[in-house]
Design a binder for this molecule. Structure first.
Ligand SMILES: [Zn+2]
Length: 376
């Protein structure tokens, strides 16, 4: 039994009056007002202890280089994925959800890796023929084709389903503002995911794609940028439908500091930021997925920088912490064992210097990381 003592303890929802967390067998067994005089006490000093972070959207197969797709074909992909996963854990991200790799490698890693974060994997994203990220191997066509693709992932043991509802920036020939699937195909994917008890995440930039995912009953929409052919058009009606149906917005947060966006994106920023604020004001549940791996501004472990964009959306530091811990865990269907400091939960913990309940940048001041009760 180990007792971890900290100046402050944030339990995944609120700052508590507790100062000590009791860990045994990889689980949290108790919270105490303070540590006892005797016993196996690890006093971390003037830090805040919080649940390990949960990143709802990563790509362990992408190497965050200028050519992440080319990197897929380089030798040693599986070992690189292992190294990428370790980087998340070192930053305090104790659970990652991989929303797109190739050949079920992330799922294999989830079963084999003993010194990394908890890995949840969707396998290859389901996409249209030559659609967004087709090169990951998830092409499917027609209602029956889409259902079969969901079933295959469920049978392999995937933890989630990911569908590319619109095109994306990374894939030439696709269009972020346009849907790649019919509503019938999108509905079929959501229905089949429900039948297998799996959460389903929909990649969607354009308003019609976001609306299609909401209508089908997806658990989350990824990105939620409301891109049009030549701009950004945040749609309050679609946002209201997301809030009413409990569809979470998994925002793409976390950028290497100092990165200057390309001129095309920079020109869209005021409208994109207005969209974020409206989304927050609409009462939509917001969580953060880093999309780690997709390019140099998105190295693995960058989720600790996610507070910048969430602040722009109007979230308070405590709301940001909830988004990156308990709310993210709930969306990923591991909210019964991840994302909180409470008896019975996995002892996945992050200690940071300073107080992230008043300043989100404190999340980057890593002091200690525990995974299943063991410190790194
Ligand atoms: Zn992605």
């Amino acid at each position: 039994m180990l007792i971890i003592r900290a100046r402050r303890v944030f339990d995944g929802r609120d700052l508590t009056a507790k100062r000590a967390v009791v860990v045994s067998g990889g689980k949290i067994v108790d919270l105490l007002d303070d540590a006892p005089e005797h016993g196996d006490v690890r006093d971390l000093g003037d830090v805040t202890l919080l649940p390990g972070l949960v990143d709802t959207h990563v790509h362990l197969a992408f190497d965050a280089s200028p050519d992440p797709v080319g990197g897929l074909d380089r030798e040693g992909l599986y070992d690189r994925m292992r190294a990428h996963a370790r980087r998340h854990l070192a930053a305090g991200v104790t659970t990652v959800r991989d929303l797109g790799d190739r050949g079920y490698l992330a799922l294999r890693l989830a079963g084999e890796m003993t010194d990394g974060p908890e890995i949840l994997s969707a396998g290859a994203p389901i996409t249209s023929v030559k659609g967004h990220c087709w090169f990951l191997g998830g092409e499917a066509e027609g209602v029956e084709g889409v259902r079969a693709a969901v079933r295959e992932r469920a049978e392999k043991g995937a933890h989630a389903i990911k569908m590319m509802i619109t095109g994306g920036e990374m894939t030439p020939g696709t269009h972020s503002h346009l849907n790649q699937f019919s509503q019938a195909e999108i509905d079929a994917a959501a229905d089949e995911a429900r039948r297998h008890g799996l959460p389903i995440a929909g990649h969607a930039h354009g308003g019609p794609g976001i609306a299609a995912a909401v209508a089908a009953g997806f658990d989350s929409v990824e990105h939620v940028t409301f891109l049009t052919a030549d701009g950004v058009a945040p749609d309050p009606e679609i946002m209201a439908a997301m809030a009413a149906n409990g569809v979470a917005a998994s925002l793409t947060v976390g950028l290497t500091p100092g990165v200057v966006p390309p001129p095309r994106i920079a020109a869209l920023l005021p409208k994109l930021n207005e969209g974020l604020r409206r989304l927050r004001a609409s009462g939509v549940t917001i969580v953060g997925g880093s999309d780690a791996g997709i390019g140099p501004p998105k190295p693995h472990g960058i989720l600790t920088h996610g507070g910048e964009m969430l602040t722009t959306a109007g979230m308070t530091p405590v709301e940001i912490l909830r988004a990156l811990t308990s709310d993210a865990a709930t969306l990923c269907r591991v909210g019964n064992r991840k994302g909180r400091i409470a008896p019975g939960f996995d002892a996945d913990l992050l200690a940071v210097r300073g107080d992230p309940t008043t300043d989100h940048t404190a999340l980057r001041e890593t002091a200690a990381v525990f995974r299943n009760g063991s410190s790194l």
